[in-house]
Each structure stands twice: as C-alpha cells, then as structure tokens.
Design a protein around this ligand. Structure first.
Ligand SMILES: C[S@@+](CC[C@H](N)C(=O)[O-])C[C@H]1O[C@@H](n2cnc3c(N)ncnc32)[C@H](O)[C@@H]1O
Length: 260
C-alpha cells in the first residue's frame, strides 16, 4: 500500500492515539538511557513533541532541537506547553540540518520504521553527535506483536484483511536494530525491551482512540458495515474487561543505545 498512509498530519489526533503511548514508553526509555542534566539533544522525528516533552521535563537540557517532516506535527509541537524551551523545525532524518559533533544525545522515538533508509538515518544521528555522546532509539516491535494496536492488527490478519506496513518495518526487529548500530560504528551497543500499559475506560474508548490511527483508518473506512461489525466484536472478545468495563492493553518497544 502507498506511503501516504504514513503521513502524520494531525498533531491533536496523534496525541490521543499514539502520543500518550510514546510518553509512557519514553519515560522508561530515558531512565534506561540515564542521561545527565544540561545536555544538548536532537530528537529526530519529534512529531508533535510527545517524547521531546519527556526530555525537557525530566532532564533539564541546555538545548533541544526537534525535527520532523510533518508541518502539522511541528505546529502542534511548537504550541505544546511543556516544551517551550525546545526548538522545532521541518527536517528529514536522512539529511539532518545541523553541523557535525553538535549534540550530546540523538534520539529517534517510534520513528526508524518510517525512515526510507534506516542506515542513513543512523549515520546522520552519529554525525551530529560529539565523540562520547549517545545515539539511541525505541520502536514498536511491530513484527513481534508489540504495537499498541496489535489486538486490531491481529484480528485483521485472522480475517485475511491487509493493512499497510511502513517502508522500513524490518528495522523494528531487535537484531536488525543491533546490526544498524554496530555497522554505523557505534560502540558499547546495548538493547532493551521496554513494556508499557495503558488503561482505557471501556472497549468503546479503546476502539475510538486506537482505530483513529491514520494507518488503520485507511483500512477500516474501506470495510462494509457487516465486516466492520464482525471485526469489532472479535477484537472485543480478545480483550479482557474488568468489572467496571476498563480495558488495560500492553505494548512493547525494542530500544537501542550506542556511543559515538
Ligand atoms: C509514530 S510518530 C513518532 C513521533 C514522536 N517521536 C513520538 O514519540 O510521539 C513517527 C514520526 O516520524 C516522522 N517521520 C517519518 N519519516 C521521517 C523521516 N524521514 N525523517 C524524520 N522523521 C520522519 C513522522 O512525521 C512522525 O512524526
């Protein structure tokens, strides 16, 4: 399917569907990265600033630059109250608009699957980080059932309904990530699986937020009402609701870090 499914256009919708998830994982990822305060950061594919906010809130950086190709997401990031000390601009992971050796940390949060040439994206992060600095990323383990929307995707698969895969989906795999980091010449490479849980007030709440992802929307809107109804009730049957109707979903990322 065409890559236009992976244009991230609506910063507000993204926040509810994915930004909250990214912050839940991003907080734990940063603890694992264990950075000092007062560092210079570049957040590549910052989107609407969901992860950037975790850097700003928790690690008092001296500088944060966020870049993303989506002007709608950058607009949302620029207006996000928690990140007023960060600078956001349109840009591409494949050609970062910065001089070499300028940052202490380069991060990619939930991005590498979308970068057309992941090796080039990692090389660019390495280029802009000073010797001794760190290049790190986390990405949904989408091929290993780690996506927050996995209950929906699993049911689509079992009904033989196709959904789009991002251009570099295989880069979400832990071994592929490790090879990318090692081949880029990064040192002391370490990986980690990080899990997050999110509770939804009800199945309808889960459904309205999760099916709102741009990728899934393009699939669901093409289904006839009967198939959509069948899909929805099969997904509901997969999820265990508590007595108050709440549903807790789990998802996991593959995370990686290495030194320049
Ligand atoms: C799932 S979102 C993650 C956003 C944010 N980092 C977060 O944690 O919420 C993926 C982001 O990657 C961006 N992206 C896609 N292709 C990119 C590229 N070539 N260079 C940089 N960012 C890219 C998208 O615009 C989108 O904002």
């Amino acid at each position: 399917m065409h890559d236009q499914n992976f244009k991230f256009e609506d910063g507000e919708a993204y926040e509810q569907t994915m930004g909250i998830w990214s912050q839940l994982v991003g907080f734990k990822f940063l603890q694992w990265l264990s950075p000092s305060i007062n560092q210079r950061w570049i957040d590549v594919g910052c989107g609407n600033g969901a992860f950037t906010e975790q850097i700003v809130k928790n690690y008092k950086p001296s500088e944060v630059q966020g870049i993303d190709p989506s002007d709608d997401q950058i607009y949302f990031a620029k207006n996000r109250p928690g990140v007023q000390t960060a600078t956001f601009q349109i840009g591409d992971a494949m050609a970062l608009p910065f001089e070499s050796d300028q940052f202490d940390f380069a991060t990619m949060a939930l991005v590498i699957r979308f970068v057309p040439d992941p090796a080039q994206g990692v090389a660019e992060m390495k280029r802009v980080v000073r010797p001794g600095g760190a290049v790190a990323a986390y990405v949904w383990d989408s091929l290993g059932g780690g996506m927050p929307h996995e209950p929906i995707q699993a049911e689509l698969r079992s009904m033989s309904l196709k959904y789009p895969r991002p251009p570099s989906a295989e880069a979400s795999n832990l071994e592929v990530l490790q090879k990318l980091w090692v081949d880029a010449g990064l040192r002391s490479v370490e990986t980690q699986i990080i899990t997050a849980e999110r509770t939804f007030a009800s199945f309808e709440n889960f459904w309205s937020l999760s099916s709102n992802s741009q990728t899934l929307q393009s699939v669901l809107e093409d289904l006839d009402p009967a198939t959509l109804g069948q899909l929805k009730s099969s997904i509901q049957a997969r999820l265990t609701a508590e007595t108050n109707g709440q549903i807790t979903c789990s998802a996991h990322v593959n995370a990686i870090k290495g030194l320049v």
